[in-house]
Write a protein that binds this ligand. Sequence first.
Ligand SMILES: Nc1ncnc2c1ncn2[C@@H]1O[C@H](COP(=O)(O)OP(=O)(O)O)[C@@H](O)[C@H]1O
Ligand SMILES: O=c1ccn([C@@H]2O[C@H](COP(=O)(O)OP(=O)(O)O)[C@@H](O)[C@H]2O)c(=O)[nH]1
Length: 239
Amino acid sequence: MSSAHKRILLKVSGEALAGDNSFGIEPPYLQRIAGQIADVARSGVQVAIVVGGGNIFRGMAGAADGTDRVTADLMGMLGTMINALALSNAIMRQGVMSKPFSAATMPSVADTFTARDAKLALEEGFVVVLGGGTGNPFFTTDTAATLRAIELECDVVLKGTKVDGVYSADPMKDPTATRYTQISYDDVIKQNLKVMDTAAFALARDNAMPIIVYALDDKAGLAGVLEGKGLSTRVGNPL
Ligand SMILES: Nc1ncnc2c1ncn2[C@@H]1O[C@H](COP(=O)(O)OP(=O)(O)O)[C@@H](O)[C@H]1O
Ligand SMILES: O=c1ccn([C@@H]2O[C@H](COP(=O)(O)OP(=O)(O)O)[C@@H](O)[C@H]2O)c(=O)[nH]1
């Protein structure tokens, strides 16, 4: 593979693991994503992953039912840990070494995340799967993805999602929305484009971390998207 990338951070949303359902983990989708990640890792690219948890529990929805937001977000973060264990194990089953880390301390479940240990694992050839988001309530796993990419000195954040890039409006709601191939941090924030939250875009901007938004079901796969094939949007400073 001719990818120019040495170390990438992939954000996998919880919904991506749920496949056609809105809840839980669908084994074929989990295996497909793990297969794509394993292909890229085998080509020599170091891969860190931040997993979402919307398929298990979403803090906002829990809080709406009366649970206080901090508790609901803790439940959401635990949900991301379930996905992290499942994805890390699925990558191992593809024959590639993988290690889960947790933002919260739970020693019998996974190593606690530190940038130093995660970097060492990446250098040893492990795909690291980071659960627990940022470890703080009121944040999202999109912000965690950007934060960890900066901490781990990744070249780029890949946001794998249901849509094939950033559009002028939510393409799920507005069929006339058009896709950008490249957009600046300021424009994405000013136009309030919601594919990631503003905190994630602002953190990326302040640290010049580029973000590529692409569809996890793109035929080119993760390896192809890294080579510039398939459809995507690059959010960042002009090249
Ligand atoms: N301007 C936009 N461009 C692209 N997607 C957008 C935009 N505004 C909102 N979205 C929505 O953002 C979603 C991607 O975010 P993601 O974090 O993967 O999903 P969720 O918010 O359901 O967890 C897309 O499925 C899309 O419907
Ligand atoms: O740093 C974080 C990351 C996540 N969460 C909680 O975990 C849930 C699942 O994360 P997210 O919604 O980002 O998952 P995704 O949409 O990617 O599946 C969120 O709703 C929050 O409740 C949190 O509190 N802090």
